[in-house]
Design a protein around this ligand. Structure first.
Ligand SMILES: Nc1ncnc2c1ncn2[C@@H]1O[C@H](COP(=O)(O)OP(=O)(O)OP(=O)(O)O)[C@@H](O)[C@H]1O
Ligand SMILES: [Mg+2]
Length: 352
């Protein structure tokens, strides 16, 4: 039985063309951490706001823990939904101490229980020493943990976080991904995190939901999403990739493309005539006697790897995009040099 269920929710804002969210259905288990991942304007925040109750769906229904919180005939107000929200800018009250900020959602609690709960959640987020400070006296990462503590204090069914890492610099961002997941796991909370950053989504979630133009493209665990993207959009949105077309061999395993024969990780379940492939650049390994060979067109130094653009010799004309492949940083590769490489089948996927 799913803990949160979104059934066919659609949001069409008046005056705009296509719906911001279009017949979105999603089931989430208790304690699961889910990310909504997609480009700007794809409907992530709108989905979150409909769950929170700040926006009402044009159609469809939402259920949490067996109760209908919104459908065609019923709209439960936000404060009755048992949802904790962490906003992108944290929205802490600047004139209140950290303790008072965290206490904010506990109006109906008895004073003694309130104090105990504030102490408990501040310990959970590792800020028990900071209760008497004001938000401006904290770092960005600390403020974010206060916002999370405030959302968790009333023991919500679910925590919603909109772009929780976007205000943080790269180093802190990595630490906070780890801290936030840890805190959510220890609180045993179900959470939905919105992000447009694939690294955030992969690092924090059990399952990732990729959206585009209001429509879910794929729902999968991070590793599966990366290795078996369902379509070209997902393949290109979660990391870099080469998209090629080809014809399937009778063995259902080899694909004849303009660069040569590329092998799938396993036999295709169905016989398809024309197919599209996604080949990850790190699946192309430089090798002296590799099956594929071409001229290096571009070298971009990426720190942990070098990105090469290679024009294949057997390519008819120069109309096709060059292959993008990653080479180890210690290898000297010159523009104009000839390289050969093999393709690891594990990083090849059939896509729609
Ligand atoms: N109140 C509104 N009235 C009209 N259109 C809106 C409203 N809110 C959002 N939209 C539109 O709905 C679409 C989805 O917006 P939404 O804020 O959900 O995107 P998002 O995925 O969160 O994007 P971002 O990553 O930029 O935050 C956009 O085209 C946006 O312009
Ligand atoms: Mg948004």
């Amino acid at each position: 039985m799913s803990f949160i269920q979104l059934e066919n929710i659609t949001k069409a804002f008046t005056g705009s063309g296509r719906p911001a969210v279009d017949k979105l259905s999603l089931k989430i288990k208790e304690g699961e951490i889910i990310s909504l991942l997609g480009p700007s304007g794809c409907g992530k925040t709108t989905t979150l706001r409909m769950i929170a109750g700040f926006e009402n769906p044009s159609s469809g229904s939402i259920h949490i823990d067996g109760a209908t919180i919104v459908n065609e005939s019923r709209i439960l107000p936000p404060e009755k939904r048992g949802i904790g929200m962490v906003f992108q800018d944290y929205a802490l009250f600047p004139h209140m101490t950290i303790q008072k900020n965290v206490m904010f959602g506990l109006n109906k609690w008895k004073t003694r229980e309130k104090k105990a709960r504030v102490k408990e959640v501040l310990e959970l987020v590792g800020l028990e020493e900071y209760g008497d400070r004001y938000p401006t006296q904290l770092s960005g990462g600390q403020q974010q943990r206060v916002a999370l503590a405030r959302a968790l204090a009333p023991k919500p069914h679910v925590v919603l976080m909109d772009e929780p890492f976007s205000n943080l610099d790269a180093g802190l961002r990595e630490k906070m991904r780890f801290d936030v997941t840890n805190i959510l796991r220890r609180a045993n909370t179900t959470a939905i995190i919105v992000t447009h950053d694939q690294k955030d989504a992969f690092a924090v979630s059990d399952r990732v939901v990729v959206m585009n133009e209001g429509v879910i493209q794929q729902i999968a665990a991070p590793k599966e999403m990366y290795r078996c993207p369902k379509n070209c959009f997902v393949a290109q949105f979660v990391g870099k990739t080469n998209i090629l077309t080809g014809k399937m061999d009778n063995d259902l395993r080899n694909i004849h493309t303009h660069i040569g024969k590329v092998m799938l990780p396993e036999e295709s379940k169905e016989r398809l005539e024309s197919v599209t492939l996604s080949i990850r650049p790190e699946g192309c390994m430089l090798s002296e006697k590799g099956a594929f060979c071409g001229v290096v067109d571009r070298v971009t130094y990426g720190g942990e790897y070098q990105e090469l653009h290679v024009r294949l010799h057997n390519e008819p004309g120069l109309s096709k995009a060059p292959m993008m492949i990653y080479a180890p940083v210690e290898q000297d590769v010159e523009i104009g040099s000839i390289v050969s490489f093999d393709i690891k089948p594990e990083l090849v996927a059939l896509v729609e």
